[in-house]
Design a binder for this molecule. Structure first.
Ligand SMILES: [Zn+2]
Length: 406
């Protein structure tokens, strides 16, 4: 049970509280009047909430069930109980709980919407995508401004690759927010626009795809995949020069993502019979950012294949000092050392450099707050938790050749 769920349960509670109006404090049940408000005064109710806050689901269910029983089964407690069953993984039980609430007579519109929202979350959790879509859509019909329903619908559409529907939902979310939230919405809309373009590309609709990628870039100048894809479409349309221009724009707008375009640009320059533009680009990037290990790696690869293995090795040693965790650098070094026939002095330099670098990169990390340290600590200086440090392992394939060629 994550913080999101706790938050949701509490919000459901608040919704219940605001929905419950004073004049509906009393309710006739089984021939006697029950004070609905008393539910919240019950010790079982408070205990249940306390367990809930402490993420102890089973005792929370137990106490809230007693409280519900004592207070004439108010809707909001059963709403929470259903949510708790869902969190426990008992989706069937959650659905049953929430569906039975729908059978109640005289449900007000907002109550109805709340129940459907919870039911939608049950369906989503259980993998019943169509029913979840239906439930969330119904919530929006009853409560057109319901952001939970909107963002859940957006996520479901994304999972189903219904990018146009997801886009519409994100626009709806954006339209309710102020200017401060706009960049974040634009960023997401750009990714969705890019996906619509990718789908068009798969259908070989090049013009439509290019239009979508262009629109994604208009929405967010930093949307890297849109530049890459737009360039690919331009190559497919036979305009290599325009493609190169587009990829170079990516490098200008997002230098930290420049490496995504390296292999494309290297190929593109070679096809234009101007291969020297690639090492020149790498050198510019290195000059602009001394920490640019990927440009060094790319330049080293280029040099190795153009009779410049010695210079390549120096670049790789520099790259290693910047990011000793990158497997691709170690591979590059061994390839280049092998091409140079393993001169013992250089092999030794590599060994010393690698040992010192890895020590330098703070391999100990707090699993709780991600604080980094060069040495193993027993208490984290940032979050003050005990015994939370692990040695970070090198992530497989993250910085390897695969990511350079995508
Ligand atoms: Zn920590």
């Amino acid at each position: 049970m994550g913080p999101y769920v706790t938050l949701f349960v509490l919000l459901a509670l608040l919704a219940g509280l605001t929905v419950g109006k004073a004049w509906e404090r009393y309710k006739l049940r089984d021939g006697r009047w029950i004070d609905r408000r008393r539910a919240r005064e019950s010790p079982h109710y408070m205990l249940g909430l306390n367990f809930l806050v402490a993420n102890q689901i089973d005792p929370a269910i137990e106490e809230l069930s007693i409280a519900a029983d004592a207070a004439g089964h108010p809707l909001e407690i059963h709403l929470i109980l259903g949510n708790l069953y869902r969190e426990k993984g008992q989706v069937g039980r959650a659905i049953q709980e929430h569906q039975s609430l729908l059978q109640r007579p005289n449900l007000r519109k907002l109550e109805h919407a709340n129940v459907l929202l919870c039911l939608g979350l049950d369906y989503k959790r259980g993998g019943f995508v169509d029913r979840a879509l239906e439930a969330f859509s119904e919530v929006l019909r009853l409560d057109p401004d319901n952001r939970y329903a909107m963002s859940n619908l957006e996520k479901l559409y994304e999972e189903q690759h219904q990018w146009t529907d997801a886009y519409a939902m994100r626009q709806k979310l954006a339209s309710e927010d102020g200017v401060s939230q706009k960049p974040r919405h634009q960023e997401i809309l750009a990714f969705l626009e890019n996906e619509i373009g990718v789908a068009a590309l798969k259908r070989s609709e090049h013009a439509e795809a290019a239009r979508r990628f262009g629109a994604a870039i208009d929405l967010d100048q930093k949307n890297a995949p849109a530049y890459l894809n737009l360039g690919d479409v331009m190559v497919a349309q036979g305009d290599r020069a325009a493609a190169i221009e587009t990829w170079e724009k990516l490098i200008n707008t997002s230098p930290d993502r420049a490496y995504l375009a390296y292999s494309r640009l290297e190929q593109g320059y070679a096809d234009l019979n101007e291969p020297a533009r690639f090492p020149a680009l790498c050198r510019r990037l290195i000059a602009a950012n001394p920490q640019e290990w990927r440009a060094r790696l790319a330049l080293a690869r280029y040099l190795t294949s153009h009779d410049g293995a010695s210079d390549a090795l120096e670049l790789l040693f520099e790259a290693l000092a910047i990011n000793p965790h990158a497997l691709a650098i170690h591979q590059g070094i061994w390839e280049t050392l092998t091409a140079l026939r393993l001169p013992p002095a250089l092999v030794n330099r590599y060994i010393v450099l690698a040992r010192e670098s890895i020590f330098y990169v703070d391999p100990h990390i707090c699993v709780r707050c991600r604080y980094r340290s060069t040495e193993l600590l027993w208490q984290c200086p940032q979050c003050h938790e005990w015994n939370t440090f692990v040695e970070e392992r090198i992530a497989p394939a993250k910085d390897t050749e695969a990511s350079l060629t995508t």
